[in-house]
Design a protein. Sequence first.
Length: 176
Amino acid sequence: MSTTQSERLRELLEPLVASQGLDLEEIAVDSVGRKRVLRVVVDSDTGADLDAIADVSRALSAKLDETDAMGAGEYTLEVGTPGAERELTEHRHYVRAVDRLVRFQLTEGGELVARILGVDDDGLDLEVPGVKGRKATARSLAFDEIAKARVQVEFNRKDKQHQHDENDMKEEEEEA
């Protein structure tokens, strides 16, 4: 996709996405055989549910139909969210990733896996998980120390509330 087309599409679609209470995260046009696919990625601080995705998809489709932004020829519009292992590139991405485990590539080399506890204008407050039974440690990381950051999927994590509820249930069972 040419920069001009990308900029034109962003200028056309971003206000429409914003009017739906969402952020336009990414636009990509890919060729699949003889067809083209326009992929639009949206998100918000509270996430985007299926109804929000459907609403913005209908609005984008109508807007694209009334303009020549995609040029002649068929294309398919796909609207979705960033996905579980999203790359963090904007301040708002880090804010949305609070309490998530993230893999950081550091600008001075090396890698760090830590949970984001807080975000401010300068950087992040992190919890670095302990290894082999050691306690987690706190660490700050400035944005200029981050070369790349990507959210990690956690399958076995028990959140603090869930652990608290389990402990309460065990205590109740012991009392009974």
